[in-house]
Design a protein around this ligand. Structure first.
Ligand code: OAD
Length: 245
């Protein structure tokens, strides 16, 4: 029996009976796919200063370093794919158990796994565009340092850099859906980054956290699973399916 047995039963019941469940994910959702997170040992920001590689200033004044960091991110992404946890969330959406996913992740794994209503709060790595006019480009062109095919400008990945505002449409939709949700499932995030870490505080319904390490947050959760995202999601899914077999 799982050490979380009673909590799994309770959380599965809430997911089955909620009228509007929103999932909010961070980098810990994708570590089982092989992508490092940011702040755990071995995470990107434990090895590199984000100001030097992932800021507007880095893109403007040290393009080579910026380019090297995001080329490494593209190369890592190419070797990885969504895992069972991503697929479980996609099936829950198909079954009407999940309304939408608001994610800080830029890997596109929720959509690759089959989720449709995904709000990418920090953009998407693959949405390469030129720096000044937003003409679309490709990851391959970015990695080869090819200029924009329309205006000759340098290319950049479609992520939100430090010093940039979040995409308004994704933010507005996530904000709206989280506010009207009656269940929020937060997965794999340290909740250290503003403004997205304010979103769980806006939720008025029940709140569940799945995170490998303890999280200190202004948000209080009704259930906390300290564990691995894919494993807990599998246990929740098994528990929900037990009654229907
Ligand atoms: P962090 O690296 O800050 O936190 C990831 C959390 O996921 C940690 O608390 C881990 O304990 C947990 N974790 C790791 N693997 C897990 C697993 N398999 N199952 C469950 N939990 C796991 O990443 P985020 O909170 O997503 O922004 O970081 C937020 C933002 O900071 C990122 O979107 C990025 C970064 O700066 C930008 O680049 C704009």
């Amino acid at each position: 029996m799982s050490r979380h047995h009673d909590q799994i039963l309770q959380a599965a019941q809430w997911i089955k009976t909620a009228t509007s469940t929103v999932v909010f994910t961070g980098a810990g959702m994708s570590t089982e796919s092989g992508l490092p997170d940011f702040r755990s040992p071995g995470g990107h920001w434990t090895k590199t200063d984000p100001a030097q590689v992932a800021s507007v200033e880095a893109m403007q004044y040290d393009y080579d370093l910026f380019h090297e960091f995001y080329t490494m991110r593209f190369q890592t992404l190419k070797r990885c794919s969504p895992h069972q946890g991503h697929r479980i969330l996609a099936v829950w959406e198909q079954k009407g158990l999940v309304q939408s996913i608001a994610t800080q992740n830029v890997d596109g794994f929720h959509q690759q796994a089959g989720s449709h209503r995904v709000f990418e709060l920090h953009g998407a790595l693959n949405h390469v565009r030129c720096i000044h006019q937003n003409h679309p480009g490709s990851p391959a062109d970015f990695m080869m340092k090819n200029p924009c095919g329309v205006c000759g400008d340098r290319l950049r990945p479609g992520v939100v850099l430090f010093g940039e505002t979040l995409p308004a449409a994704a933010w507005d939709q996530a904000f709206y859906e989280i506010q009207k949700s009656d269940l929020l499932l937060v997965i794999g995030t340290s909740l250290q980054v503003s403004p997205v870490n304010q979103l769980p505080i806006m939720a008025k319904g029940k709140k569940i956290l799945i995170n490998r390490d303890p999280v200190s947050s202004a948000c209080s959760f009704d259930i906390v699973f300290q564990g691995i995202a894919g494993e807990i999601l599998q246990q929740l899914d098994d528990s929900m399916n037990e009654g229907t077999r």
